[in-house]
Design a binder for this molecule. Structure first.
Ligand code: DI6
Ligand code: FE
Length: 403
């Protein structure tokens, strides 16, 4: 079998489900790469003969994991909300600031005023921070444009980022994120815009890989969310939902019933919602950065998610208002310290289950023959270290599509 390079003398956490929580390859391992794909992975002693690799790369016993998958970000936006952070520390709540016309709408004003080039230029350093910690796939949502041209502009900027850097970008249309001022008092009129002209324009250019909505008191109702989902599914686009972040709206159960890839946040999720997600195979995406930064006190029901066998992903939620977190590793650490995930669950949450939350599990998220060779190589003694340190980056090298 012709391959392009072989990584040898590696310790490998494949993150494939199996005997141990990390899918560890026994002893010293090897990974053969052909083109952008993994051709073979296993113990060195089982390395098939006749692998005439052009290049053999010795890793001196370093650990290799799947490249990290940050499955929920809002990293394209203009401006910042440092002033609101100060106001919140003086007692204002996240929800009250939103109701007073700040919050998401303050970022909408800044994002509408920016052109595509400025959105790309300001997003690049944020994307680079994720890449520097081993991210090989990053999801990016729209949702600060809230008009046909501004949602399209955001998603074009997101796609551009994928051409500027060696990283997989998955885009999500989140037009139903907040009610823009020109639709004040007419949320259903805005949902008409989301379901018709915005979705049409985005679909015409193939700008979105999925469709999301914010179902909450300061977002949209279940009925409005269902309309957005129907319109998305009519165009063959998978759906996901910001659900049960600030209150319990039954959003996760709706998302599950409509076959959503994921329901995200979930601090206020109840047992019925968990059961609905389990039945549908909807991934639970936990966002501990938002929990931390808005000083939420209610935790997502991790024990119930485990008991029902719901897959748990972890992501940064990188955004200017509720989670200005640019570190996938810190998100994993927070998932352990705040939500009591094990370090293995946190790593599975940033790899295998994150890929499932994006509908790309066949291609990414674990180290297995046939998948993309998206790999992170770390200077660590054991994989649990990835969730252990705070604000330290042990990445040694990163491969995206075998390079
Ligand atoms: N929930 C969130 O945490 C982000 N969006 C959402 O629906 C935050 C967006 C922001 O505050 O800018
Ligand atoms: Fe979010």
């Amino acid at each position: 079998m012709p391959v392009d390079r072989i990584l040898v003398d590696a310790r490998i956490a494949t993150m494939e489900p199996g005997a141990d929580a990390y899918g560890t390859v026994a002893g010293s391992g090897a990974i053969a790469i052909a083109g952008d794909r993994i051709a073979w992975v296993g113990p060195m002693r089982d390395l098939p003969g006749g692998l005439d690799a052009v290049e053999r790369i010795g890793l001196d016993g370093r650990w290799v994991t799947p490249g990290l998958v940050d499955c929920h970000t809002h990293l394209v936006h203009a401006g910042n909300r440092a002033h609101e952070f100060e106001l919140r520390l003086e007692g204002a709540s996240y929800e009250a600031l939103a109701q007073a016309g700040g919050g998401i709408l303050s970022t909408v004003r800044a994002t509408r005023a920016a052109d595509e080039a400025l959105l790309v230029a300001t997003a690049l350093p944020r994307l680079d921070a994720l890449i520097a910690e081993g991210a090989t796939t990053v999801e990016i949502k729209s949702g600060y444009g809230l008009s046909v041209e501004d949602e399209v502009k955001m998603l074009r900027a997101a796609r551009r980022l994928g051409r500027e850097r060696p990283v997989g970008i998955r885009t999500t249309l989140l037009a139903a994120h907040a009610l823009p001022p020109e639709f004040a008092g007419d949320p259903d009129g805005y949902i008409d815009l989301c379901c018709g002209p915005i979705l049409d324009a985005v679909a015409a250019e193939g700008l979105a890989d999925a469709v999301d909505a914010f179902c909450d008191r300061i977002g949209f109702t279940r009925a409005q969310t269902a309309r957005v989902f129907d319109a998305a599914r009519a165009r063959g686009l998978p759906v996901k939902l910001h659900a049960e972040q600030l209150s319990d709206q039954g959003g996760a159960a709706l998302a599950a019933a409509m076959g959503a890839l994921s329901a995200d946040h979930l601090e206020h999720l109840d047992e019925d919602g968990v059961a609905a997600m389990a039945r549908a195979g909807t991934v639970a995406v936990l966002l501990p950065g938002a929990y931390y930064f808005i000083r939420e006190t209610r935790k997502p029901p991790v024990e119930a998610l485990r008991r029902h066998g719901v897959a748990i992903a972890v992501s940064t939620d990188l955004n200017p208002g509720s989670s200005p977190l640019h570190s996938p590793l810190l998100a994993m650490n927070m998932a352990c310290t705040f939500f009591a995930l094990t370090p293995a669950e946190a790593l599975a949450g940033m790899t295998r289950h994150a890929a499932a939350a994006l509908g790309i599990a066949a291609d990414a998220g674990t180290i297995a023959a046939g998948k993309r060779a998206d790999l992170a190589i770390w200077d660590i003694e054991r994989p649990g270290e990835l969730a252990y340190r705070i604000a330290f980056n042990p990445l040694y090298r990163r491969l995206w599509g075998g390079r």
